[in-house]
Design a protein around this ligand. Sequence first.
Ligand code: GDP
Ligand code: MG
Length: 362
Amino acid sequence: LATRLKKTNADVVKKLMLLGVMANANQVVDFDTAALVCEEFKVKYEREIVVTIEERLIDDSDDADENLEPRSPVVVVMGHVDHGKTSLLDAIRDAHVTATEAGGITQHIGAYKVNKNGRDITFLDTPGHAAFTAMRARGANITDIAILVVAADDGIMPQTVEAINHAKAAGVSIIVAINKMDKPEANPERVKQALTEHGLVPEEWGGDVICVPVSALKHEGIEELLEMVLLTADMLDLKANPNRAAKGTVVEAKLDKGRGPVATLLVQNGTLHAGDVIIAGTVVGRVRAMTDDKGRKITDAPPSTPVEIIGLSDVPAAGDIFHAVADEKMARELAEQRRQEEKEKQFKSTQKVSLDDLFSQI
Ligand code: GDP
Ligand code: MG
């Protein structure tokens, strides 16, 4: 401040003292204090607001209540290996994707939508916990409800506990599907007892955790489970603004030989349109074509819709957050900036490692 005012540090410190601010020469003062000092010296000043490319490009402001509309829930299935996650996802899909839809062919795009009682539910079909963990590590919270699959004959296992902890940390609601009820060894009461030891108290025992007995193999209990998903969604009062630029998360992405980079996106707010320019992490591109989970070409994807898109310049990472933006050139600038930041971060972490290595050798 002294330099900009062409005064000595002592002059400025003295003025500050007169204003009742006891400061030393290296202290940071806020804008209003600095303004008072300028006035004391009869120097003109103005507030300079620094706007980053990110802020200019991406509007991440909260939506006003009157712009919010109900959206369907996004559900993930978690649980110990072999407890029936894949079987359950298949059973739900089989029961709700009718043969008339796109010739009965379902695309495996990493997520799918089913309709129950006239309402949509979006299921993430990503392989295991890895993707979920990767997404959370990037700060992406994409699910509203976690279905915790516990095999009734096996009970709570290490990955069940892991799943409970992930779901709790992410703040998502948990519904327990007690699976393999068709097995003679099935013991749902033992499962419920073990759940309480992990802080999940079943409703019928006075808690708030819904437990639904199912058999993914025999397709039993699936409809009850979906009803409980809708009931939980009602309590969560899920909303989004479909009339803004789209924002969401990359669920899966790969390089396809013929089509180039292909990504499954989950739109979480706004509506994604064919032709939109998007930035996903360090990747930019125009949505050249968009298909839904039934393989149908679509032009608009409202909140809670999973879509597969082509047109990106590169393959983004699962868990990357994407935004639809108005200015492609600025988006490329931002992507470049993010790449630089990533490089710096990597450089710093390798430096840190080598320092640690150095110390460990001493
Ligand atoms: P994941 O590892 O959690 O995805 O489990 P899978 O869905 O692959 O199922 C593991 C094994 O359990 C498979 O052999 C399934 O056929 C079997 N399984 C899944 N659900 C049921 C069920 O409800 N009843 C019975 N008896 N077996 C099941
Ligand atoms: Mg599986």
